[in-house]
Write a protein that binds this ligand. Structure first.
Ligand SMILES: [Zn+2]
Length: 65
């Protein structure tokens, strides 16, 4: 059984969750990962910010758009 779970961290395509194997599968690029691996990828792709203050300002600014 496949469920639409999220968007792919690599390509922003549809990320499906396969219940029987507990793996996430991207319909677009073929990414096949566990929940842990998915978290790792998200951590890796998240831009590192210099300070939390700067990040808060950026988030506020982005939310205005
Ligand atoms: Zn993908």
């Amino acid at each position: 059984m496949l469920m639409l779970a999220n968007t792919c961290p690599e390509c922003n395509g549809d990320l499906l969750y396969e219940v029987s194997t507990k793996h996430f599968i991207c319909r677009n690029c073929g990414l096949y990962v566990t929940r842990e691996q998915l978290d790792d990828i998200r951590d890796r792709l998240r831009p590192r910010r210099k300070s939390s203050k700067e990040a808060e300002y950026l988030e506020w600014w982005m939310s205005k758009k």
